[in-house]
Design a protein around this ligand. Structure first.
Ligand code: NAD
Ligand code: TDX
Length: 334
């Protein structure tokens, strides 16, 4: 089977490539990645000689068309993925997430290729802290940020291509991922690398916002389960019942790294900050038989901390520029 992985030099995509090459000897991998600030071939170290790497833009039809024509399955991870960046400049989000997805859909339609679309729980908006409900496949779309609205738009394009043109596509909407090779702009790696640098972790606002954490390998196993067994045209939610508020995550990181659990700062809150995400993944479990392997968030977090300790050469080049960008808009408030 030939798989085209877009965004395979980013966080989740590179972990997908590592997992695939380690567990599926019958799969040939081609990665298409524009190597933006968020992508690096260092994330594919150890496997680059076992795949075909193409540097290019998913919104460039001339690049995309022949790659799709040669694939049996396209797994579309490439995106602008960071909410904070989308508040500063939404334009690359519109281009990559909307035009990029449109370009891939047109190519997969032309060549009748199986397509799997990677998306996020953020398309559903947010929940109150005390809401007994979680997101399901039937929750109405209600995105909050430029990032999540472009992801929502891309999902709707996929649904329309299935219905209008019979595209053989599935969609998955996953909760917050953690694990190795995540860019240091994101919450967990930012705090781990701050502590390694002797800097106090930075919590947005009161830190009571809740995210539903899943290990990146559990996400990627679920993606393979959907490619293998998913029903064409369907959407599957991926989550591992990992709700924790941001303050508790920071306290856990500090404890696991041998620091005082209160040694963090509160900084300026994110504009429009979603309060809570929570996924009900019952359909994926009962219909497709998937379940997560990482049962303890604390153990997964400890392993992730270890990865950042051992791989400073991977994250160090991103760190100063990331913190300089945050320093322009975020001030310590307590
Ligand atoms: P990331 O920012 O780490 O990686 C994105 C990758 O896409 C990078 O390698 C980048 O170079 C590449 N890319 C960006 N623009 C491109 C373009 N125009 N053409 C080709 N390549 C381009 O993102 P991530 O966290 O790995 O997220 C991957 C996907 O998973 C995204 O679609 C995101 O919406 C989705 N998702 C992420 C999470 C999460 O917690 N990180 C949760 C649910 C869904
Ligand atoms: O320094 C920080 N301090 C802080 O308190 C940062 C960077 C974040 N936060 C908060 C904001 C969120 O409540 O932590 C939470 C997680 O923040 P992010 O890592 O930026 O993730 P989030 O905005 O929840 O979005 C992520 O999950 C869904 C991914 O970045 C998206 O790509 C995915 O779709």
């Amino acid at each position: 089977m030939k798989v085209l992985v877009t965004g395979g030099a980013g966080f989740i995509g590179s972990n997908f490539v590592h997992l695939t090459l380690a567990t599926r000897p019958d799969v040939q991998v081609t990665v298409l990645d524009a190597l933006t600030y968020a992508g690096s071939t260092d994330s594919l170290s150890g496997v680059v000689d076992r795949l075909t790497f193409v540097e290019g833009d998913v919104a460039d039809a001339a690049v995309v068309d022949p790659l799709v024509a040669d694939a049996d399955v396209v797994v579309h991870f490439a995106a602008e993925s960071h909410n904070d960046n989308s508040l500063e400049d939404p334009s690359p989000f519109v281009r990559t997430n909307l035009i990029g997805t449109f370009t891939l859909l047109e190519a997969t339609r032309r060549h009748d290729v199986r397509y799997h679309h990677i998306s996020t729980d953020e398309v559903y908006g947010d929940l109150e802290l005390d809401d007994p409900k979680k997101f399901t496949e039937d929750t109405p779309y209600n995105p909050s940020s430029p990032y999540s609205s472009t992801k929502a738009g891309s999902d709707l394009l996929v649904r329309a291509w299935v219905r209008s043109f019979g595209l053989r596509a599935t969609i998955s909407n996953c909760s917050n991922n953690y694990g190795p090779r995540q860019h240091v702009e994101k919450f967990i790696p930012r705090q781990i690398t701050n502590v390694l640098d002797g800097v106090r972790p930075k919590l947005y606002g009161a830190g009571l916002n809740v995210r539903d954490w899943i290990h990146v390998d559990d996400h990627n196993e679920a993606v393979w389960t959907i490619i293998d067994k998913g029903v064409i045209g369907e959407t599957y939610l991926i989550g591992a019942d990992g709700e924790v508020n941001n303050r508790d995550v920071v306290r856990m990181i500090l404890e696991l790294m041998g620091q005082e659990p209160d040694a963090y700062d509160h900084v300026t809150d994110r504009a429009g900050h979603d309060m809570r995400y929570a996924i009900e993944a019952g359909r994926l479990r009962s219909e497709l038989g998937w379940s997560p392997r990482y049962e303890s968030f604390r153990d997964g977090l400890a392993a992730t901390i270890e990865w950042y300790r051992e791989n400073e050469a991977w994250w160090r080049p991103q760190k100063d520029a990331t913190e300089a960008r945050y320093a322009r808009t975020q001030k310590v408030v307590a």
